[in-house]
Design a protein. Structure first.
Length: 402
């Protein structure tokens, strides 16, 4: 028994260390080895102010955009190979509002210009059907994806609101029409979304309402409401959601659970629907109850909010910080503010702002430790996006309170 355990432990350690040795052997790069050691020993980085970390994060996102030839944002930085992934349409879509917000935050229109370039690139890849394709590295061969299309709508609606250019509105109408066309009778989306229904498409329903806000159209509002009714039918009395993982049988990530909570909350706010808001609150409170004192959340939470994950999904931490800040803004309950600031403090502790690697400096890893199961040995752009969003909202609410 013990010998078998030790063998498994050695294999696990070898699996964790192997990428670090590969980076050293092929490129003489010690940064991955440093990240592994820091994760194993739980060594944290010095913490700066929110603006310090926000600037580092936005600088990283700019490098992620500059690393591609097409004005989209690279999906991930791979520190083992020292390379950037191709542009990721879905996340480029919802990164657009982050750049518009940061431009207004610091009064720098270069970030606004970057957001508009991202939006133009998305227009160039829209499919004839009106949908948008998934990422090229998943070998989807240009196939449309429901969730990705929904997230791109968020960015294109914001681009229309900022510029008044009708080409963006035309594109979101085409995308919205396609989402209505492929929606199931029960309000879920099954086709063109990895083959089965996902409750995290609540964030796509929110996108449908964003079209309605920009240019009223009853069919989008009805489609959003149908989806949310289905999503709420999947919620347990303790707040946990079924069909919240990428694949059936997996425990959902904090990342996908937060997608659901944010989507339900935002739709509830737009529709002034207290049932939806309370459903979002129930789930967000359940996760808040499981937050460690240092702000850490486990990477997955299964049925009954049980978790055996020994790593944290950093994107999920940032998303939950953002959600708790939204609840604080609505309720003035300082418990939400404390949970959010703890989550952001933890994220600041695991973000390197001094790495020699420009792909690591200011980025946010998929997991902590870096070899965790989500985005293992990757720095995904969506982790940086949600961290930037949560830092900006935290500072905005503090200034408002002062």
């Amino acid at each position: 028994m013990h010998n078998n355990f030790n063998h498994l432990a050695r294999n696990s350690i070898e699996k964790q260390i192997r990428p670090a040795w590969q980076a050293i052997r092929t490129r003489g790069d010690l940064s991955v080895f440093s990240a592994v050691v820091r994760g194993k020993l739980d060594l944290r980085y010095p913490v700066g102010t929110n603006p310090d970390h926000l600037k580092a994060t936005m600088d990283w996102l700019c490098r992620a955009q500059d690393a591609t030839p097409d004005d989209g944002v690279s999906g991930n930085y791979d520190p083992v190979a020292g390379t950037w992934y191709p542009s990721y349409p879905e996340t480029t879509g919802y990164i657009i509002p982050t750049f518009f917000n940061y431009a207004a935050n610091i009064g720098d229109d270069s970030f606004r210009a970057r957001a508009i370039r991202m939006a133009y690139w998305l227009l160039s890849i829209q499919l004839e059907s009106g949908a948008f394709p998934g990422p090229s590295w998943l070998d989807l061969k240009g196939e449309p994806v429901v969730f990705d299309t929904g997230q791109i709508i968020h960015g294109l609606v914001r681009a229309f609101e900022e510029t008044g250019e009708t080409r963006f509105l035309d594109a979101v109408h085409r995308a919205g029409d396609w989402l209505v066309e492929v929606q199931e009778e029960d309000g879920s989306w099954r086709k063109f979304d990895l083959g089965y229904a996902h409750t995290y498409n609540a964030r796509s329903a929110w996108a449908m309402l964003r079209i309605d806000q920009a240019d009223q159209s009853s069919q989008y509002r009805l489609a959003a409401l149908k989806n949310l009714n289905w999503v709420l039918s999947q919620q347990n009395p303790d707040g946990w959601f079924h069909n919240a993982s990428f694949e059936p049988g997996e425990n959902p990530l904090t990342h996908t659970l937060a997608y659901i909570i944010e989507g339900v909350l935002e739709v509830g706010k737009i529709l002034v629907n207290q049932t939806m808001i309370e459903a979002a609150r129930l789930a967000s409170n359940a996760i808040r109850d499981r937050q460690r004192q240092d702000g850490y959340l486990q990477g997955t939470y299964g049925l009954g909010w049980q978790s055996e994950a020994t790593w944290s999904c950093l994107t999920g931490n940032a998303q939950m910080a953002l959600i708790w800040l939204k609840f604080y803004e609505m309720t003035n309950d300082t418990g939400y503010l404390q949970a959010a600031t703890s989550a952001n403090h933890f994220l600041k502790q695991v973000q390197s702002r001094s790495s020699r690697s420009l792909g690591i400096r200011g980025g946010v890893a998929g997991s902590y430790p870096i070899y965790g199961d989500f985005g293992s040995y990757r720095y995904p752009n969506w982790a940086a996006k949600f961290f930037a969003d949560s830092l900006m909202l935290e500072d905005h609410l503090r200034r408002k309170k002062e």
